[in-house]
Design a protein around this ligand. Structure first.
Ligand SMILES: NC(=O)c1ccc[n+]([C@@H]2O[C@H](COP(=O)([O-])OP(=O)(O)OC[C@H]3O[C@@H](n4cnc5c(N)ncnc54)[C@H](O)[C@@H]3O)[C@@H](O)[C@H]2O)c1
Length: 467
């Protein structure tokens, strides 16, 4: 079975970059990415590549090469579904905000809508690929919807979860640690798996393409995110102990990371993990465990999220207590709003919670982020409903220049690890702040020794000394 025409439903942070790379590497396959969000599709089609809706290093070049050749972005969902041999579903699967499982279970309404649309539109056999992260056994629900259309079309469902990390999406897609494909053990299922293997084999070595049954594939994605988030919460838990004992978290990370059983990656203490996936996927796992009556398992994983909340709250608490127990009317500048560097994605960013806490203490915030728009920052805050939209705009100002942002600040908080923050003229910044001038480095990226020589009072996560 040779695939000639791919459709991807969902032109977001996963669908856009993933399909761009597939199109770049497979010039003989026509790839159409569709979305109901017209603005998003218009942005993907924008002549000016700096206006693409997703910022990822190197993505503009990939899009430039393939767009208009064999990569297309469109709002004509039905047509793209009908034309395709293989359909990727890459829509959002947020945490449910209503009804049973509220605040925990994955909301599968967008997935189900896609399945129903495919069932309605498809006239020939199709392979449907789950690219979204889904609870284990979702494929059976999709299958049931697709098979009950009565129009005789045959569907094969594959699970092909995406492991890219935002900020390094293009490199992760070009050189993945592994590609995981789950499918049915039947002959037809194996043929569908092979069709997808053949696509990835255009640029990924065979030994990195792993095939499993559907349920293992679905569960592996949730497991991977749970393990990664757990590592962050584990090192963050140790960072508090460091601050209380005089140990230094960077020294501890280095010491344990040299143990080959532990390894050095993902051991950086911080103000907490963010991003659209970790929290949602762990909560989803917790919900699955609960539905099977596995309360101990559920409690074990839930603690990873609780620890993360604690880390964000204690960061803002520390700012308040260090600034003499009141930040009311004081100006605090945030460097960074994105949940990590090299992305414009702010979903579940630690900055949002820290800002909300400080605004509740009546601080005045000034925010500078190299890639996040003012509109996005206000939308993130307004979504919390903690105060009126007018008040958010009155108390928080977004700046597009770091040196303007810090003028007359009492403190600076580093919320995202953007490289450019390390290169600033910190003497100039110090000179333009109120004294004593405080820095709260929530990402451990600044040279606090050099900063304290200038005169700053520095707090670094996981380090006991306030120099
Ligand atoms: N963002 C990541 O780093 C990442 C990594 C791996 C996996 N995932 C998973 O991938 C999935 C997508 O994540 P994302 O970050 O790309 O989400 P996103 O919100 O950026 O994009 C999803 C897109 O799907 C569109 N959509 C929703 N329903 C639709 C429909 N019926 N028809 C057409 N378009 C529709 C939305 O308009 C939106 O543009 C999620 O399940 C997520 O958990 C995300």
């Amino acid at each position: 079975m040779t695939i000639k025409n791919i459709c991807c439903i969902g032109a977001g942070y996963v669908g856009g970059p993933t399909m761009s790379v597939i199109a770049q590497k497979c010039p003989n396959i026509k790839v159409t990415v569709v979305d109901i969000n017209e603005d998003r599709i218009a942005a993907w089609n924008h002549k000016d590549l700096s206006r693409l809706p997703v910022y990822e290093p190197g993505l503009d070049k990939v899009v430039e090469e393939a767009r208009g050749r064999n990569l297309f972005f469109s709002t004509e969902v039905d047509k793209a579904i009908n034309d395709a041999d293989m359909i990727f579903i890459s829509v959002n699967t947020p945490t449910k905000t209503y009804g049973k499982g509220k605040g925990m279970a994955a909301d599968l309404k967008y997935i189900e809508l896609c399945a129903r649309q495919i069932a309605r539109v498809a006239k020939q056999d199709k392979i449907v690929v789950e690219k979204s992260t889904l609870p284990v056994r979702t494929a059976s629900a999709i299958k049931s919807i697709l098979e009950n259309t009565g129009n005789g079309v045959q569907f094969q469902i594959l699970s092909n979860p995406e492991f890219l990390a935002e900020g390094t999406a293009v490199q992760d897609l070009l050189h993945p640690d592994r590609v995981l494909i789950g499918g049915d053990t039947t002959q037809e299922g194996q043929k569908a798996i092979q069709a997808l293997v053949d696509i990835y084999a255009n640029w990924i070595p065979n030994e990195r393409i792993l095939t499993t049954n559907v349920w293992s594939s679905e569960l592996s994605k949730l497991t991977a995110n749970a393990f990664l988030a757990q590592r962050v919460s584990s090192i963050n838990a140790m960072s508090v102990i460091c601050e209380n004992t005089g140990a230094d978290i960077n020294e501890v990370s280095k010491a344990i990371g040299m143990d080959s059983r532990i390894g050095p990656k993902f051991l950086k203490a911080s103000v907490g993990f963010g991003g659209s996936c970790f929290q949602k996927d762990i909560l989803n796992l917790v919900y699955i465990a609960k539905t099977y009556g596995l309360d101990e398992v559920a409690d074990y994983w839930e603690q990873v999220v609780l620890m993360n909340d604690y880390q964000k709250n204690r960061f803002s608490d520390n700012i308040v207590s260090t600034l003499y127990n009141t930040v009311s009317g004081k100006k605090i500048t945030f460097f960074g709003w994105a949940f990590k560097k090299d992305t414009n994605d702010t979903r579940e960013s630690a900055a949002i919670k820290v800002a909300d806490n400080l605004l509740s203490e009546k601080a005045n915030l000034s925010v500078y982020d190299p890639k996040v728009t003012e509109e996005r920052i206000y939308a993130d805050l307004d979504y919390l409903n903690s105060r009126s939209e007018e008040e958010n705009r009155k108390l928080l100002k977004v700046q597009n220049n770091p040196y303007n942002a810090i003028k007359n600040s009492h403190a600076i908080a580093i919320l995202t690890e953007w490289d450019e923050f390390k290169t600033y003229d910190w003497q100039k910044i110090y000179d333009n702040m109120h004294k004593p001038a405080f820095i709260f480095d929530g990402r451990g990226i600044l040279d606090t020794k050099a900063l304290s020589k200038i005169g700053f009072i520095c707090y670094k996560i996981g380090s006991a000394t306030t120099v």
